[in-house]
Design a protein around this ligand. Sequence first.
Ligand SMILES: [Fe+2]
Length: 192
Amino acid sequence: MPYTEQQFNLPAMTGLSDKQIEVHLKLYAGYVKNVNAIKVKMAEYMADSAGNALALSELTRRFGFEFDGMRLHELYFEALGGNGEMGEGALQAALVAQYGSIEVWLNEFKALSAMRGIGWVLLTYDAKGKTFHNVWVSDHELGHLADTRVILAMDMWEHAFMCDYMPAQKADYVTAFLVNVQWSIIEARFVA
Ligand SMILES: [Fe+2]
């Protein structure tokens, strides 16, 4: 089944312009298109997998990049349009239980955004080990922790903020992202 580009009804936001969101959504659409295109090509090449081994190998590697790029952007846009207030609930209680306070968790999460290079800062939850992890993922696919759930995804590619901020203003973008997070969505992901 081909994937369908999701539609996000985002309101006007503080610190993230409509233009920025529009440009970014177009990039997201490209990932969906490429995921579908790679699937079709791979099926074609599979008809002669030995003869197409080189191309198949490259497409197979490429697939993780495109798929994770698609899915992480969906997690990103779905969680925007809120007021940035986490509020009290199961997620807040679990974060405090592990980190001592929300501030300690948030400082660690924000610190990862200063990583050099392109990628994502994720808050993931390992249900097996009952543990949160703040994770840096390079590109879209390098560094994921197997079998953990992405709870919060913050895009740290420059395309996520270049319309509104200079590269040296990454921290301002992080602030803008966080004030627009819809924490009820993040809470729902955690509870699920
Ligand atoms: Fe992005």
